[in-house]
Design a protein around this ligand. Structure first.
Ligand code: ADP
Ligand code: MG
Length: 701
């Protein structure tokens, strides 16, 4: 008879299997190939492939007592079994257990499955109950015989890949548990210090939970066996990050010590005094730049905290020592803001600046590239265009990435390689300063950014008043329009941000144009400008210049103004359909006001009904203006992968530990990692070998 797992597989997996060439040079079987795709090669890889969840097949539940969304096992008799063709070909099986009826559906199925599900058969079914068109149903449930004893313990479920059944994965893991080395990588003293269960015991418990093991503790991963595994995982991550860091310290970079007094001249020219926080981070960066290994520093500071001037001082130091500096921003408008600001500060001091964006005409671009290649240009400001292959730097010493989270990891890497001179054989890596207004919560910083040094500007320039946030249903639009008018009559300016339309850029453009037309009609006395992503660079620049100089009262904008725009007289920000924006985006947009000393207001207009997530985001915006608190909530709502956008980085996200709940474990693992690398490198290596097998790419040592 077919096994439960055969029943689970479907046509898709079959055709995938067929596409795999039958014989591979290495003699690898198709199953081995799929296992390898999961990173499972050596026995120890299988051992640490722990279940992602468990199914409770120890009990039989009645159909009547299962709620939609709940999973459970029922014991049933087949009443009807037929292949249906609408809405598409599928096997539909009606079953009952006396308490109620249930429809089982398979969209892909084998004839052997049909036989197993013939009328009159008694079977056990495990799956999630849903409400379908025909009443309660389960789609692709797991089927097994009713005439065998119930298992006495929970059934582990593993993450798998197409065409690899739970049963064969489980078999492979069980076999490895017998042959693999389960010796503890951590000795009894360390185990005792951190209250850790022996590894072998934890591994057996998690792969084969005994009947008396608490279901709750197992599911919530609070059981001591889980605690051990999470600790081990975090320790491996901390060790590999520490090794990556050690590798960076062995790389070479040019020490950039100022010799010409340019930094002091810039300080003297500034129209304001640096805040204490700006002074502190400037010192940190300055001493990094003088080292002979590359700086990797993340400068975090809330919107409006004054990161640009810190970057300018770092640039001045590098330029004064004879190196080139590249400043890269994620959008044209932001790059242009930097150009204006930095040129205003540095050009009078004799610094030669080049400007490079994708919108530049071919001729200007060639000219700018020539100035960069010859070394004539000292400061290069631009967008992603900077990392295009044609740009070669004469002597790149420092890279500044603004709003670093908006760049992919690959892009950051590409730019840092621009500093290398492969022919010299003695590659110099540029120093790198990343800036972000999206603060990284501490646990994330300790895990995924442990290789970055971090500087934080934790104070705003004096005289700022925090922005008042109002949540307003869009049925009250006319009140908001009146509010805009009042603000302009009082001599202020306003932003009006158009709804984000993720599905279609054209639609987004249309809404911006419509909004503009409507406001022009509603507020005929005001000067209303429009800026959006489809405008040419010069058009965008001229609208922004008009707004800056006060020739425009209200700026209608798509999210192109999200970062970096700096107009102190703007005191009102209206965001339409605020429920569509992400938390970080809303915080950035709100940061566009409150830059001067006026009381500023941010109006978040929303449309009912709100999803749960949207409600949480709007509540967060209403309750706090603290960027760090917002980032924490954002992390909680989105999870670390989304938050970081690091999926593509290859740096495997943690599989078992949870950065929200396992803060203490992160701290302990970090402390132990430092200690082991110091005094017990053998233990460190043993531990890494167990957890990072096959992932040595990340270890660079
Ligand atoms: P962000 O950190 O968001 O990039 P900016 O660098 O754009 O912030 O700075 C916001 C505004 O504050 C700019 O107009 C800048 O010139 C001004 N600013 C920066 N530092 C100070 C300071 N120490 N005192 C007063 N104004 C400052
Ligand atoms: Mg900025």
């Amino acid at each position: 008879m077919p096994t439960a797992s055969a029943m689970q597989s479907n046509g898709k997996t079959r055709s995938a299997a067929r596409r795999v060439p039958p014989a591979i040079a290495s003699g690898e079987s198709p199953v081995e190939r799929k296992l390898r795709r999961l990173g499972l090669v050596a026995p120890q890889d299988f051992v640490v492939h722990f279940p992602i969840r468990y199914e409770d097949e120890t009990r039989i539940t009645s159909i009547a007592s299962l709620r939609p969304g709940q999973s459970g096992q029922v014991e049933v008799e087949v009443l009807r079994s037929e292949v249906q063709f609408r809405p598409r070909r599928q096997l539909s099986v009606l079953v009952t257990d006396g308490s109620g009826d249930l429809v089982l559906r398979w969209l892909n199925f084998y004839s052997s499955q049909q036989k197993q599900l013939a009328v009159g058969k008694r079977l056990r079914i495990w799956g999630e109950l849903r409400m379908g068109f025909q009443g309660p149903e389960m789609v692709h449930p797991k089927v097994s015989r009713a005439d065998v004893e119930l298992p006495t313990s929970l059934t582990p479920v593993y993450s798998t890949t197409d065409g690899l059944s739970q049963a064969s994965l489980r078999r492979a893991i069980d076999k490895s548990l017998e042959t693999a080395d389960l010796d503890d990588t951590l000795g009894p003293i360390i185990r005792q210090r951190y209250g850790l269960m022996p590894f072998g015991q934890a591994a057996h418990l998690l792969h084969h939970p005994p009947p008396d093991m608490s279901y709750g503790a197992l599911l919530e991963r609070s059981h001591p066996a889980w605690r051990r595994v999470k600790f081990d995982e975090l320790l491996a991550q901390q060790l590999s990050l520490a090794l990556a860091r050690a590798a960076r310290l062995r790389q070479r970079a040019e020490p950039l010590a100022e010799t010409s007094g340019l930094v002091q001249s810039l300080r003297n020219a500034l129209p304001f005094r640096l805040t204490a926080a700006q002074e502190r981070v400037t010192d940190e960066i300055s001493s990094d730049l003088m080292k002979s290994f590359p700086m990797h520093r993340l400068l975090q500071g809330d919107v409006g905290s004054g990161k640009t001037v810190v970057a300018a001082l770092a640039a001045a130091q590098a330029i004064a020592s004879g190196a080139q500096v590249a400043i890269m921003a994620p959008t044209e408008i932001l790059a242009e803001q930097h150009l204006l600001k930095l040129a205003g500060w540095l050009e009078p001091l004799g610094v030669r600046i080049a400007w490079l964006t994708g919108r530049l005409g071919a001729k200007s671009r060639r000219e700018e590239n020539a100035r960069i290649a010859s070394g004539e240009a000292q400061l290069i400001i631009g967008t992603q265009a900077l990392i295009q292959d044609k740009t070669t730097f004469a002597h790149l010493g420092l890279i500044v990435l603004d709003e670093q989270h908006r760049f992919g990891v690959g892009q950051r890497l590409q730019l840092s390689l621009k500093g290398e001179k492969p022919s010299s054989g003695n590659a110099l890596i540029p120093h790198q300063l990343s800036m972000s207004a999206t603060p990284i919560p501490r646990t994330l910083a300790m895990t995924f950014f442990a290789d970055l040094d971090s500087s934080v500007i934790d104070e705003l320039p004096p005289g700022r008043r925090s922005v008042v946030t109002k949540l307003v249903a869009d049925s009250r639009r006319s009140e908001i329009v009146a509010h805009v008018q009042a603000e302009i009559f009082a001599g202020k300016q306003a932003y009006w941000v158009c709804p984000l339309v993720e599905e279609s850029e054209a639609l987004q453009l249309q809404t911006a144009v419509d909004t503009h037309a409507r406001l022009v009609q509603a507020l005929p006395d005001l000067r209303i400008g429009l800026v959006h992503g489809r405008l040419k660079s010069e058009e965008k620049a001229s609208v922004m210049a008009d707004f800056r100089s006060g020739r425009i009262d209200v700026l209608i904008a798509t999210t192109v103004i999200e970062v970096g725009v700096d107009v102190a007289n703007a005191s009102l920000m209206v965001i339409e359909h605020a429920e569509r924006f992400g938390l970080a985006q809303l915080h950035q947009l709100r940061g566009r006001v409150g830059r001067g000393s006026n009381q500023s207001v941010c109006v978040l207009m929303y449309q009912q009904p709100l999803s749960w997530l949207a409600r949480q985001r709007l509540r967060a915006m209403y309750e706090t203006t603290d960027g760090f608190e917002i980032a924490r909530r954002d992390l909680r709502l989105r999870g670390p992968g989304e938050f970081l956008g690091v999926r593509q980085s290859g740096l495997a996200l943690l599989r078992f530990a949870n950065l929200e709940t396992d803060v203490q474990l992160v701290e302990q693992a970090q402390a132990l990692a430092t200690e082991l690398l110091d005094v017990d490198i053998d233990t460190a290596r043993r531990h890494l070998a167990r957890w990072m097998h096959g992932k040595q790419d990340f270890l660079r040592t």
